[in-house]
Design a protein around this ligand. Structure first.
Ligand code: BGC
Length: 744
């Protein structure tokens, strides 16, 4: 019997298994879960602990490829047990919007989802309300399309710029990651569907992720890598946690009862289910015992192993039942169980507006010499748009963080919609080039299609073309881009500007500056690239990230001043890759080259986090010469003054801070208040983000008194009983404006 048939037979058996003789009509309800468990056969219990999501054993990853009859393109389902009224619930990605197929066999209808900005962009808004609003829209699309549990948000740390999935993550700092992720969870769950925080824990890069052993001190694990999860769990009560692919200190996270039972559940009080990442871990029996309730996507050999171990007593019945109970407790909360109707028609128009304003609120203005932006009416007569991505803007990343959106607005379309005239000969040359070059790329299938798209080289223009454009247009806009995706890390050569990009910047800056016309650079990237040289060429630099489907409209909103930029970096843009302390260890070493690669082609490998607490601004604030744009940095079209800064320790665990923010410029805008802690109780040798808040929109001369509650457990290693703690008010992590000392 081939593997596929064996699996099908196993599934069939599950539906016809010999049931207890006392079979009676009992159906799952919120209040009869214990009774249902008593009724369940061993096979049914094991079935419930293993999801679906693949057709045959070891056919290869099928991420986002499941046709459930209900929601095509979801990531998987649980097993239904009809005789006990247990329905299959549907799980779908992901962090920037719902990942499902936009079409369904036999249906003329479409099921597009909204592509929101990537998590790094959402975090850059420093606006938890915004994250909640985006979460609500994602949750609503899930709810209306029939998804029960959304596999988002993802909150691993930006430890090193080349990590392939940084775009799906929020920050190099756990506090802002935890608050942003928690807000997304609240938004998603306000729609009555569940949220899954992932990847728990220390899955900070992709290389050999399935067998990577991350070695680090428990104190660092707790202060950095676990902290964001802890904050998100505490503040938002997610329905699920996804354990990660990797090991931590020799043990797969999905097999670690210390992580899952002691820390997550015992210490933090998490009460939802833990599921594996897709195909993660090695030993299903250990996973069950460790409290990893659901194995995804669930494979025949895992079912056999668990059944055997449970029958033979290697998995105590109490532990098996504990996991089954958690899965049932999840199921009874879902829309599928409650048989709620699905409209199949979420309000995509309204969600597009949410995506547009979220995108603009996440864009960080890095440079703005001589108030180049917003574009003055003087230069708006005609614009010259350079860079392939200006005409083919990248909305998001590939892989499970991808979204099947109906459209992406290019920058060309966004500017045109606002009445800008664009240099047409450039436009047609670029569009033809991009179309022709993309057509030459080989088609990508399966796992390859989930990796970053291959990038076509920047179009090379002649000096004449650029000089002509400079004569015609009032300003130049150059978009530089990078793709991001799952399964692989970015290559080192993707960090610096390419030769074509450098040549383009140089030519355009030469031609436009000679005529006293400004040059604006727009960065359409999912993570940090080299930026140190940009201000040689550009008068203004806007970090637009991968801003979702409304990209071009949102960039235009910033360029024309419709939106005053208020975003701040949540990750350091450093001078070089070598500047990051993590560079020395990245990506790790293969520990057994002879081993058989796993289903994802990965080999046993390990990485030692010898950079300890020296991640991101914790390091760069001590070495400012190494950063170009620090954590917390971002410009505005207006200015703010902070006065009346006060800090008070309510008790050793709670500190309150107050500051009055006044808009001292001539445009309405929002300001991010950033508070950092320093002192012996701060882990590491530097500072730690202790709290933040964003003002409302303040008109010129308008003030707001901002109050922030700081919870010591979120940024200190221990509660100071004696001694002192400094709280800095800062414009960013390298610019402290005022400090207060609290004595204990
Ligand atoms: C990813 C997860 C995702 C899952 C299901 C995995 O490859 O690591 O983030 O939720 O696939 O699509």
């Amino acid at each position: 019997m081939n593997k596929k048939i064996r699996w099908k037979v196993a599934s069939l058996l599950l539906s016809t298994l010999s049931f207890p003789s006392c079979l009676q009509a009992i159906s799952l309800q919120e209040d009869n879960i214990d009774q249902i468990i008593r009724e369940m056969t061993l096979e049914e219990k094991v079935a419930l602990l293993n999801g679906t999501g693949m057709e045959g054993e070891n056919d290869g990853p099928t991420v986002g490829n499941v046709n459930t009859n209900d929601v095509d393109g979801s990531a998987g389902t649980t097993h239904a047990i009809p005789r006990l009224g247990i329905p299959a619930i549907v799980l779908a990605d992901g962090p920037a919007g719902l990942r499902i197929s936009p079409t369904r066999a036999g249906s003329e209808d479409t099921f597009y989802a909204t592509a929101f900005p990537i998590a790094s962009s959402i975090a850059s808004s420093w606006d938890t309300k915004l994250a909640e609003t985006v979460g609500q829209a994602i949750g609503n699309e899930g709810r209306e399309y029939g998804v029960d549990l959304i596999l988002a948000p993802a909150l691993n740390l930006h430890k090193y710029p080349l990590a392939g999935r940084n775009f799906e993550y929020y920050s190099e700092d756990p506090l802002i990651s935890g608050y942003m992720a928690g807000s997304l969870v609240k938004g998603i769950q306000s729609e009555g569907v569940g949220s899954t925080i992932k990847h728990f824990v220390a899955n900070n890069h992709e290389w050999n992720r399935g067998k990577m052993d991350v070695q680090l001190d428990e104190s660092v694990l707790r202060a950095l890598y676990l902290k964001g999860f802890e904050i998100a769990v505490m503040h938002s009560d997610p329905w699920a946690v996804m354990s990660s692919y990797n090991k931590v200190n020799g043990e797969y996270t999905s097999e670690s009862s210390w992580l899952l039972e002691e820390v997550l559940r015992g210490e933090w009080g998490f009460s939802g289910i833990v599921m594996t990442d897709w195909y993660a871990g090695a030993n299903p029996v250990s996973q069950v015992i460790a409290g990893n309730d659901l194995l995804m996507p669930g494979q025949g050999w895992q079912i056999q192993a668990i059944t055997g171990a449970a029958a033979g007593g290697a998995i105590p019945q109490a532990l098996l039942d504990r996991n089954v109970k958690r899965v049932l407790q999840l199921i009874v909360k879902t829309p599928t169980f409650k048989q709620l109707t699905r409209s199949q028609k979420p309000d995509l128009k309204q969600h597009a507006q949410v995506a547009r304003s979220a995108a603009a609120d996440g864009m960080v203005l890095l440079e703005n010499a001589n108030n180049t932006l917003p574009l003055s009416s003087k230069v708006t007569s005609k614009l010259a748009l350079f860079g392939n991505a200006s005409y083919d803007f990248i909305s998001g990343g590939n892989g499970s963080g991808d979204v099947s959106e109906a459209y992406t607005v290019s920058l060309e379309e966004g500017l045109s919609a606002k009445g800008y005239t664009l240099e047409s000969s450039l436009a047609s040359e670029y569009k033809t080039y991009v179309k022709e070059e993309k057509a030459k790329l080989p088609e990508r299938h399966g796992i390859e299609a989930m990796m970053p798209e291959p990038k076509i080289a920047e179009l090379v223009l002649s000096d004449k073309q650029i000089n002509d454009a400079a004569k015609q247009a009032g300003a130049a806009i150059i978009t530089l881009s990078r793709y991001s995706g799952e399964f692989v890390d970015r290559r080192a050569k993707e960090f610096p500007l390419t030769d074509n990009e450098k040549a383009l910047l140089k030519q355009v800056a030469g031609a436009f500056h000679a005529l006293d016309k400004p040059v604006v650079v727009v960065l359409n990237v999912g993570g940090v690239i080299e930026t140190a040289s940009l201000n040689q060429y550009a008068d203004a630099v806007l970090l637009a990230w991968l801003p979702g489907q409304e990209a071009g409209h949102a960039v235009t909103d910033i360029l024309n001043g419709n939106v005053n930029p208020s975003a701040k970096l949540t990750t350091t843009f450093a001078r070089s890759l070598d500047s990051y302390p993590g560079a020395k260890q990245f990506p790790g070493v293969i520990s057994d080259p002879e081993a058989k690669p796993d289903i994802m082609g990965t080999l046993p490998a390990s990485i030692h986090y010898t950079d300890a607490m020296n991640v991101g601004y914790r390091f760069f604030s001590q070495h400012p010469e190494a950063s170009v744009y620090p954590f917390g940095y971002g410009l505005s079209y207006t200015s703010f003054a902070a006065t009346d800064f006060m800090v008070r320790a309510v008790d050793s665990g709670l500190i309150t801070a107050k500051v009055k923010i006044t808009n001292t410029g001539d445009k309405a805008g929002r300001h991010v208040v950033q508070l950092y802690a320093a002192g012996d109780s701060v882990p590491g040798t530097g500072i730690a983000l202790a709290g933040f808040a964003k003002t409302a929109m303040l008109k010129p001369a308008q003030s707001e008194v901002v109050e922030i509650r700081l919870l010591a457990s979120e940024f200190l290693s221990h509660l100071p009983s004696t001694g002192s703690l400094q709280i800095h008010l800062a414009d960013h992590s390298e610019k402290i404006t005022e400090s207060k000392t609290i004595k204990f």
